[in-house]
Design a protein around this ligand. Structure first.
Ligand code: PMT
Length: 420
C-alpha cells in the first residue's frame, strides 16, 4: 500500500499472548514499505523474542529505557521525533493504565509520553478486564486525549472464554493506521458508496449477473473512511470482508439496491456508484428450479431494471456530490460523457473493462474521470486503493470548488488535474 511506503512507524509490543500476531503486523507493515522500529516491554519478551522482530523489521529492537541511539541522541526522544505514527499492539490493560495516568517507567510508556505523533492502540485482554471500570475509565481518558483505537474484537479468547478482548487482526490494524495517517479532507462528509454486482434470479438456483467483485467499491469505502468521512456501503454479493468502520448493507438484486440507496440518499452528502447494476432482469422468477426435461432450452424474457443513478441525478440536492462509474468496452470518452450528462452527475469515472489489469475483478484499474464542468483527470494503471484515493481527491476538489462558487468565484473549466 503506497500510503505506508517510506513511513517511519513505531510498533510498541506489550506482554500479551497476541504479541505473536504483532509479528505478522510487523511483516505486513514492512512489506508495504514502512520502516518499522519495534519497542518491546519486558513482559512482551516472555511471549516473542526481540530477534524475531529484528529479523522481520530489519531494525534493532528497543527494550531498555537507557538504550542510546547514534551519537548522543536520547533513545526514546529520538525515535518518537522521527516517527509518523506509533502503534501499540497488543495494548494490555497495564499500558493503557500507565499512559492514561501519566506513568513513564519503561521505554514504551516514556516514548508514548514523549511523542506528538498519532498513537493507535490495539487492545487485547481478557473480557472481564476489558469490561472493568478501571479499563473503561482509562479508555475514556485516552480517547479524550486524542489517541486512536482499533478493536478489540469479540471471539474466543486465549483464556478459553468467549467475549470481547481479542486483538484486531493485523489487516484491520493496518487499515486503521492508514486512516490515522490520511488527511481528513472528507471530515464532515457523509459518503454513500455502492459496490459489487447485482444478481437477478431466474429461479431459486440460477441468476443473471456480471463479473464485478466489489473490489473497486470497497476500496472507495475504505478510502472515504480514511479521509475522515462517515461511510455507508451498499453492496451486492461479494466475497469481501466489511471495511472497518463502515456501515454495510448487503443486497442481491437491483431492486433491493435501489431501495437501500434511496433510503440512504437523503443522509448522504456524497454518493459514488461503483456498483455494476444489471440493466435487465428476468421478467419472471420461477418459484421452483426450472427442469431440463429435454428439447429446446427455455426462453429468457428480460425487462429493464430501474436506473438508480439516473433517479439519484434527477432528485439530487444542490449540496450533494454525485459520482458515477462507466464500464465501457469502446468509445470510452463519448459513452462516459453521455452518461455524465444524461444522469446529471458531477463527475464520472470511466474504465475500459477490456484493458489489461483494468475493470472487473483485477486488483488494479486505470480510469479517466470527467467532470460536469469540463475537466478531465487521467489515472494510469495502479492498485484500486490508489485509484479510490484519486476519485476521492477529485470529490474533495469538487467540494472545495462548490464552496468557492458559493463565495462567488466560479472555477475555470478545462483544467487538467494530475493529482487526485
Ligand atoms: O467490482 P470490481 O470487480 O472491482 O470492478 C469494478 C467495476 C468495473 C465494476 C467498476 O469500476 C465500474 O465500472 N462500475 C460501474 C459498472 C457499471 O454498471 O457501469 P455502467 O456504465 O453500466 O453504469 C453507469 C453507472 O450507472 C454506474 O455508476 C452504475 O452503478 C449506474 N447504474 C447502472 C445501471 C442501473 N440500472 N442503475 C445504476 O445505478
Amino acid at each position: 500500500m503506497p500510503m505506508l511506503r517510506g513511513r517511519e512507524i513505531l510498533l510498541g509490543v506489550t506482554g500479551g499472548i497476541a504479541a505473536y500476531k504483532s509479528v505478522l503486523l510487523c511483516r505486513d507493515l514492512t512489506r508495504r514499505g514502512a520502516n518499522v522500529h519495534v519497542v518491546m516491554t519486558k513482559n512482551a519478551m516472555n511471549f516473542v523474542t526481540p530477534l524475531t522482530f529484528q529479523t522481520i523489521s530489519g531494525n534493532p529492537v528497543t527494550h531498555e529505557l537507557f538504550q542510546l541511539f547514534s551519537g548522543s541522541e536520547i533513545g526514546h526522544v529520538s525515535l518518537a521525533d522521527r516517527a509518523h505514527a506509533l502503534v501499540v499492539a497488543p495494548a494490555t490493560a497495564n499500558i493503557l493504565g500507565k499512559v492514561a495516568n501519566g506513568l513513564a517507567d519503561d521505554f514504551l510508556s516514556t516514548m508514548i509520553m514523549a511523542t506528538r505523533v498519532p498513537v493507535l492502540f490495539a487492545p487485547a485482554m481478557n473480557v472481564v478486564m476489558w469490561d472493568s471500570p478501571a479499563v473503561q475509565r482509562n479508555l475514556a481518558v485516552l480517547r479524550d486525549a486524542g489517541h486512536h483505537f482499533v478493536g478489540p474484537a469479540a471471539g474466543e479468547l486465549a483464556c478459553g472464554v468467549e467475549g470481547r478482548g481479542k486483538m484486531a487482526d493485523p489487516g484491520q490494524i493496518v487499515e486503521a493506521l492508514e486512516m490515522v495517517l490520511t488527511p481528513n479532507d472528507l471530515a464532515g462528509e457523509r459518503v454513500l458508496i455502492t459496490a459489487g454486482p447485482t444478481i437477478e434470479p431466474i429461479d431459486p438456483v440460477r441468476f443473471v449477473s456480471n463479473h464485478s467483485s466489489g473490489k473497486m467499491g470497497y476500496a472507495l469505502a475504505r478510502a472515504a473512511r480514511r479521509r475522515g468521512a462517515e461511510v455507508r456501503l451498499v453492496s451486492g454479493p461479494t466475497a469481501l470482508a466489511d471495511p472497518v468502520g463502515v456501515a454495510v448493507t448487503r443486497v442481491e438484486t437491483a431492486a433491493e439496491m435501489r431501495d437501500a440507496v434511496l433510503r440512504d440518499a437523503p443522509w448522504s452528502t456524497v454518493i459514488v456508484k461503483a456498483a455494476a447494476v444489471c440493466d435487465w432482469r428476468p421478467s419472471e422468477t420461477a418459484a421452483a428450479k426450472i427442469k431440463k426435461r429435454g428439447g429446446a432450452p427455455p426462453a429468457l424474457d428480460l425487462e429493464p431494471n430501474p436506473d438508480i443513478l439516473e433517479e439519484l441525478g434527477r432528485t439530487k440536492r444542490p449540496d450533494q456530490i454525485l459520482v458515477g462509474f462507466a464500464a465501457e468496452t469502446g468509445d470510452l470518452e463519448v459513452n462516459a460523457k453521455a452518461k455524465l450528462a444524461a444522469k446529471r452527475l458531477d463527475a464520472i469515472v470511466a474504465n475500459d473493462v477490456t484493458a489489461p489489469g483494468s475493470g472487473f475483478h483485477a486488483d488494479t484499474n486505470a480510469v479517466r474521470m470527467f467532470t460536469a464542468d469540463g475537466r478531465e483527470v487521467g489515472v494510469p494503471l495502479m492498485d484500486k486503493d490508489r485509484v479510490a484515493d484519486r476519485v476521492l481527491g477529485l470529490v474533495a476538489k469538487l467540494r472545495k470548488g462548490s464552496q468557492r462558487q458559493v463565495a462567488g468565484k466560479t472555477p475555470k473549466g478545462g483544467a487538467f488535474w494530475t493529482e487526485g
